[in-house]
Ligand binder design. Structure first.
Ligand code: SF4
Length: 391
């Protein structure tokens, strides 16, 4: 649906402190799209639309491999039905409303309007040897973490699998067009990678609260082309704030995907306040589930820890975290302290100089590998906890 005909959804009201929304409000569903299904499902979908099932493979090649939805370029499809087939099987799901660049063009945030007017964001980050995309799994978030801009805006709705995948396809298309530009400018092959190699589910939303669609998206991302985008599962990070039943379910999928647990506090007293879901599943339950994830998949778990001045950055908390992680075993976990990205008008702010270093050193003294995460894009509100899709 074009921007002008979309019916804007009402703005979700700010949730009361501590109120968690595990189930997304029911709203109209986005149109079905090829990327919602695996290959067998796509054949059925095409048949339902009145086209031969085998066209699913051809359309998949165009979408996942050539990254195109332009019927004019699909010359292997019958000219008479091409336009209508593509319109029905690959409807436009995202309309770009804004793009912001930072870090000299290496960080690009895109704001998209969905079919019903809801807004979501994704961020593309180019590094020397990889390209990472941070994608959204929900419009808003129901977890209500008080320091997070997304959480403060509440949960509008779950995204469909195709709406999640489309963010990555849009990023991949952007890189492809950059490749053309860079070659035209320098007359040589690009020296840095121009394919999306890493995906983090750290944009808007709690991905495990939208389990089915997020899992479907993981499959579309890692399935080999043309069934999917063919991104290595090792390059994918599923992020959660600690939905223990979701972690346990995801463990059973046994995919070599990295799990990132946003812990932010090692003690229940503080975590109950910072991460309201902790009132349901406590620190030790979340850590046990994360440890079992490692045991099942062999993938080292990341613990995300936003350092907030005078709230969770004390040395004794670093020691408590180090102790809790070390007592579960060696080599299973890595901690990423993240300097908090201040949100406007918020009392939560980044730790004082030196405090971060002390926190890191104390964790390392417990034998825990620790790396301060870089906060790319913080000047365009494109870092974690800042994706609120203000238009
Ligand atoms: S920190 Fe993550 S889980 Fe918490 S409200 Fe923000 S987006 Fe949701």
């Amino acid at each position: 649906m074009s921007e002008s005909t979309a019916t804007p959804v009402e703005i979700t009201t700010r949730p009361e402190p501590g109120r968690i929304l595990l189930k997304a409000p029911r709203r109209g569903k986005p149109p079905k799209h090829l990327a919602d299904f695996d290959l067998a499902g796509r054949k059925e979908f095409l048949t339902e639309l009145g086209h031969p099932g085998f066209r699913a493979s051809q359309l998949s090649t165009h979408y996942f491999d050539h990254l195109t939805t332009d019927p004019q370029r699909m010359t292997d499809l019958p000219a008479a039905t091409r336009e209508e087939m593509v319109a029905a099987a690959m409807p436009q799901l995202l309309t770009e409303v804004r793009t912001l660049e930072a870090d000299g063009g290496d960080t690009i945030k895109s704001v998209y309007r969905l079919f019903d007017g809801a807004l979501v964001e994704s961020v593309l980050m180019r590094y020397e040897h990889r390209v990472t995309m941070c994608i959204s799994s929900q419009a808003g978030c129901g977890m209500n973490c008080p320091f997070c801009a997304t959480g403060q805006a509440g949960l509008t709705r779950n995204l469909s699998t195709a709406e999640i995948v489309e963010q990555v396809v849009a990023g991949a298309r952007r890189l492809k067009s950059m490749q053309g530009l860079e070659q035209a400018e320098h007359g040589t092959e690009a020296t840095r990678p121009l394919r999306v190699s890493n995906i983090v589910f750290m944009g808007m939303g709690e991905a495990l609260a939208n389990y089915k669609a997020s899992l479907g998206a993981v499959h579309r991302l890692i399935d080999p082309s043309p069934e999917g985008l063919g991104i290595s599962a090792r390059g994918i990070t599923m992020s959660t704030v600690g939905l223990v039943p979701g972690i346990r379910k995801f463990t059973m999928e046994n995919l070599p995907v990295t799990l990132a647990l946003s812990l932010h506090a090692p003690d229940d007293e503080l975590r109950d306040e910072l991460i309201p879901i902790n009132t349901r599943w406590k620190v030790d339950e979340a850590l046990d589930a994360a440890y079992d994830y490692y045991r099942q998949t062999g993938r080292r778990v990341s613990i995300e820890y936003a350092l907030i001045r005078d709230i969770n950055d004390q040395g004794w908390r670093a020691d408590l975290l180090g102790k809790k992680l070390a007592q579960r075993g060696r080599g299973w976990v890595h901690v990423n302290p993240i300097p908090l990205n201040p949100t406007p008008g918020s009392k939560w702010t980044a730790s004082r100089p030196g405090v971060e270093q002390n926190f890191v050193e104390r964790l390392r003294a417990h034998g825990i590998p620790t790396t301060v995460r870089d906060t790319r894009g913080s000047d365009i509100d494109g870092a974690c906890g800042q994706l609120a899709a203000a238009s």
